[in-house]
Design a protein around this ligand. Structure first.
Ligand code: BG6
Length: 484
């Protein structure tokens, strides 16, 4: 049965305004939400419903842009009420409980608590919800936590233990919004629904894999969060590890929650640990300097003086299993990069070219498979064909296909995931062992970063990152692929 209430903690914050509220607006507009569901916005601000509505009126139209429609907006706002909760004030949770009232029997069953707040407050809010009698198995209430889940392995374990004191595993939703992206799910279809693809998706044919999550924007108003977090924790430990797992995993027996997550965990467990003293050979971190009209990271408002927080990180991993042994996976993510581009690129091995010995075809370009996750949602394959003419020489054939027709609307990641929470489907959420194994991969790197606090490489804003990242490549004929 669907929940009666969807409660958003941190409803005036960046995440709620940029992702959650727009996604819920689209779901409401498209008639996807259950009729019995009401929304409750929660934040520290001492507001009543009318002040909250005035805030929505001021904020939402500019976030929705051309999708804004007055009638849809009125309908959406009418689903909401507001209550103040200062996170450490027990009496506020009492008010919250009163507002929520009793489940309407036969109509709806429980409450979803979405914590779009600073991760530092997760344990406090969970304890307070419990003390107010709002957790517990019998109630069946659900709790949704944003990443990063912990700030290292030990803190992630502590947070998980704390959660489990108050909520059962099936009540917990650990979100990584990359799994809600249709193009990420499409990776599964591309790999496992095409007999052309899967037979070559292994060490016999793949030379190396690159995963890039490049963003052209800087840290905006998020210095308070980002300066303590850095690109490694913010994106690589979660979104990129999830991408890597989906690219590298074995076909799951079924598409149910556990079959899928079991296969992802096997990949994470097979990643070769990077010893602390080898981190500099496997990882490059850097910070954006001024460029392209943007200030350098250290001059962004709210960034600590002489901060060495990385806004860019690139790393090389090996997945030591039968499928991938010896194939390097190069990962990189950065803010203020040359363009927005999330792509997975696989370069294939060269075929034996003896046949063409003595012709210009002695050297040919390798084949590539490139899957673009965003903003372009497409697949691109590069093959070699004969150049027309007398000579035996080649040119590259580009096979390009978009995953979506121009008039097909893109379902946002949060729309998918919020609907899954409402419907109680866990398959696109993270199980704790995935979090744990990802931290195991990242922890030695973090430890080394924390020892090395004096210097950080820099790259000009608007570029593709520091030159030093090329040192990660195993061979001189490998280089970053910056285009689709
Ligand atoms: C978030 C990170 O999880 O993902 C942000 O905290 C990052 O720093 C964002 O910008 C990227 O998400 P998307 O969907 O825009 O690629």
């Amino acid at each position: 049965m669907s929940p009666c209430y969807f409660v958003i903690f941190g409803v005036t914050g960046d995440l709620a305004l940029t992702k959650l509220l727009p996604a819920l607006y689209y779901l409401s507009r498209d008639g996807r939400l259950p009729d019995s569901l009401a929304f409750l916005g929660v934040s520290r601000r001492d507001w009543d419903n009318s002040q909250w509505r005035a805030f929505m009126r001021e904020q939402l139209p500019k976030r929705l842009g051309k999708e804004y429609n007055e009638d849809d907006f009125q309908k959406f706002v009418s689903l909401f009420s507001y209550t103040q909760v200062v996170h450490d004030r027990a009496e506020h949770y009492g008010n919250l409980k009163q507002t929520l009232g009793k489940p309407r029997e036969g109509v709806c069953a429980n409450v979803v608590f979405y914590l779009a707040i600073s991760p530092a407050d997760f344990t406090l809010v969970v304890s307070q919800l419990d003390a107010a009698g709002l957790s517990g198995r019998l109630l069946g209430n659900r709790i949704v936590l944003e990443k990063p889940f912990g700030h290292d392995l030990a803190s992630a374990r502590a947070l998980n233990q704390h959660l489990h004191r108050h909520f059962e595993e099936e009540q917990i939703y650990r979100i990584d919004h990359y799994l809600g992206k249709e193009t990420v799910q499409n990776l599964l279809v591309f790999r496992f629904a095409n007999s052309l693809v899967e037979p070559i998706w292994n060490r016999n044919y793949i030379d190396h894999v690159q995963i890039t999550v490049a963003e052209s924007k800087g840290i905006g108003s998020r210095a308070g969060y980002f300066d303590k977090t850095g690109a490694l924790r913010d994106v690589l430990q979660n979104h990129m590890m999830q991408l890597l797992s989906v690219v590298a995993m074995e076909p799951p027996a079924q598409l149910d929650d556990d079959a899928l997550r079991d296969e992802k965990v096997k990949v994470l467990r097979s990643i070769r640990p990077i010893p602390c003293d080898a981190v500099s050979r496997y990882v490059v971190r850097a910070q954006y300097g001024a460029g392209d009209g943007a200030v350098r990271y250290q001059d962004e408002p709210g960034v600590a003086e002489n901060s060495v927080t990385e806004t860019y990180v690139a790393a090389k991993f090996y997945v030591d299993n039968w499928r991938w042994s010896g194939v390097p996976f190069y990962l990189r993510t950065g803010k203020r990069m040359a363009q927005d581009s999330t792509i997975v690129s696989l370069r294939l091995k060269q075929p034996p070219l003896q046949l063409f010995h003595g012709t210009p075809m002695d050297k040919v370009e390798p084949n590539w498979i490139v899957l673009s996750i965003q903003p372009d949602e497409s697949m691109h394959i590069e093959l070699q064909a004969k150049e027309p003419g007398l000579d035996m020489s080649t040119r590259t054939l580009q096979l390009h296909a978009s995953f979506r027709d121009e008039n097909e609307r893109q379902l946002g990641a949060y729309e998918t995931l919020l609907m899954d929470v409402i419907e109680g489907d866990h398959s696109l959420f993270i199980r704790f062992d995935e979090v744990e194994w990802s931290w195991k991969v990242v922890d030695p790197i973090l430890r080394q970063f924390s020892l090395d606090r004096d210097f950080i490489q820099s790259y000009p804003a608007g570029s593709w990152g520091p030159e030093e990242s090329s040192q990660l490549f195993d061979s001189s004929n490998q280089s970053w692929r910056n285009y689709i």
